[in-house]
Design a protein around this ligand. Structure first.
Ligand SMILES: [Zn+2]
Length: 235
């Protein structure tokens, strides 16, 4: 293959690969996936915090209920003693009655606390359910976004493989020297190969002096733009 033509083809293929690389790096599907991933992780944090709070508040409720059970048992016992008829001493009876009143007062207080605590726990349970639902739907969105991203990435990789296969024979057809030149220029300029059109380098858009342009056009070697150093091919 003519080196000029091959170089031009190589550049075209590599430019297409560059576009794929750029697309891969700036994938909106990836940004969307990462944004959702962050959202899921935030909701997970929130869910964890609410679950912990719910656990703690349920424990407080349980303790109040236990206290209430103990007090109720105590009241039962005292009432049985009071009405058993075995205690005749009026002083002792009066003392039991006082104790009973005191116990009932405690029960009233705890019952009030317990009602408030049940409200707290119920509210947390409902919050937790809402967050759980949000988490499930966000996770589903994340899964979908992940598949979409993977689909696009697979498509990019297919195209890249196709271009690589196309590139191999073109690259192999070049001389060692030309390859080396191309690779060297490509490090600095993604567009390493261009043409002169009416004396203007299409790489840097600079018009070359006519004598220079003529010399380049009639040269048998690969020439480079004196301004931007790109390889100038004749195709
Ligand atoms: Zn140039």
């Amino acid at each position: 293959m003519d080196e000029h033509k091959a170089l031009s083809q190589l550049q075209e293929i590599d430019s297409q690969v560059d576009v794929l690389d750029y697309r891969e790096k700036n994938l909106p599907e990836r940004n969307n996936y990462l944004r959702l991933k962050e959202e899921v992780s935030k909701i997970e944090g929130l869910y964890k915090a609410v679950s912990k709070k719910l656990h703690d508040e349920a424990l407080v409720q349980k303790r109040l209920e236990d206290k209430l059970d103990i007090l109720s048992a105590k009241i039962d016992r005292e009432q049985k003693r009071l009405y058993s008829g075995t205690i005749k001493n009026p002083k002792e009876l009066a003392s039991i009655q006082r104790e009973l009143e005191h116990l009932k007062e405690q029960v009233d207080n705890i019952e009030t606390d317990l009602l408030g605590q049940i409200d707290v726990v119920d509210k947390l349970k409902s919050d937790s359910r809402v967050i759980e639902d949000r988490l499930a739907s966000k996770r589903a969105e994340l899964d979908e976004a992940k598949s979409r991203m993977e689909e696009v990435l697979a498509d990019i990789n297919d195209k890249r493989r196709f271009l690589q296969a196309k590139r191999e024979p073109v690259y192999a057809s070049l001389s060692e020297e030309t390859r080396e030149l191309y690779n060297r220029v490509r490090i600095k300029q993604p567009l390493a190969v261009t043409v002169l059109e009416e004396g203007i380098c299409l790489g840097c858009r600079v018009e070359l002096p006519s004598t220079e342009a003529e010399r380049i056009l009639s040269s048998l070697r690969l020439e480079r733009c004196p301004n931007c150093s790109r390889v100038l091919v004749k195709v």
